[in-house]
Design a binder for this molecule. Sequence first.
Ligand code: HSE
Length: 439
Amino acid sequence: MAEPLKVGLAGLGTVGTSVVRLLEDGRDKLSARCGRAIEVVAITARARGKKRGVDLKKYRWVGDPLALARDPSIDVLVEVIGGAGDPAKAAVEAALAAGKPVVTANKALLARHGQKLAALAERHGVALNFEAAVAGGIPIIKTLREGLNGNAFTRIYGILNGTCNYILSRMEHDRLGFEECLREAQRLGYAEADPSFDVEGHDTAQKLSILASLAFGTKLDPHAIYVEGISSITLADLDAANGLGYRVKLLGVAVKTEAGIEQRVHPTMVPKDSAIAQVMGVTNAVTIDAERVMPITLVGPGAGGLATASAVVSDLADIARGVRGAPFGRPASRMTATRKAPMQHHEGGYYIRLLARDRPGTAATIARRLAQQNISLESIVQRHDAAEKRAASGRSGAPVPVIMITYATSEDAVRRALSAVRRDRVISGRPQVIRIEKN
Ligand code: HSE
């Protein structure tokens, strides 16, 4: 049997310790599959003495990630430290420059520096694998990079943040408010240290930029993404969506349009009978639309130590077998600058919820403003629930929710129409707008 692949592991958090566990437990299976063993030989982390629930005494401790990357005794660096800057960046660069392949779970690092790192890996003829960086245990990177090469992609969209999907699912299922569900997600350890990173859509955006580059060959560019989070979504929206045959999900969407590659992250209404709408709780899912195949949806765990470590180990197995492709599926020099499709040109259906003054002429005013922008309505409902009726009794003009679904129109038209409606003073508060994504 060939020499074992010697791994240097930087980062011993939930993912790092799970990698140790998987490599120990799966040693024989992996040797049989790869034709050689995969062994951790050296490790590093911020705090040496910390209890981690796994015996690390047999592994050589190295002072810092950079020293580990340069250590001549390792064949490959696994970076599960996280963060777009140092020490993760310096360690990955040092390993690649020393001609050592790298496996990383670091979405922030790839979203910010993926282009340069891919070029560096190519220059030194080594692999840069990152299956764990997007959707945890779902093999979406391999699927996009290798599994569909006979296809042109037209659209990739997915639930890429478990925290947001958990919050929206709990709100709908248990009829709870956003804040309460967020606190629960934090208690369960789903959310990032700064939960605004999850709920405002930035975590999804980093993952989307990686998927978009793999699918469309665009340079990684976090600024090319329109980002909107879920903190303004209310139970009223989820109920209205349900009544209209939709469910609300935070989606990352990358789609080829005539104006360029549109990349966007926002709360989205998806038809209740679509594959993505069935995905509840902390689970992730990605749907791929490609030319020669029916839409493919991969569903699975997007986070968690063992699921993420499973992706890391799979990347290591490729390296052990000598498999090496361009990190983003094509030479870095052939990746093109993203022609950002401006969001105001986005076309699709819209859900609009307004709090309208209950007075004669209000509906006519709203309808006129929509018509002026050539917006056609698929449905319009004025909701008067019992509590609202009581509150409104005797008060002519008290606001009532008006919910509209438009046929396909442009973002620009919706924004203009709603600005005009606000100027007309027939609504109170800000209109709620949710884009609709058809299957
Ligand atoms: N906070 C992330 C999530 C973890 O909720 O999906 C995985 O990136």
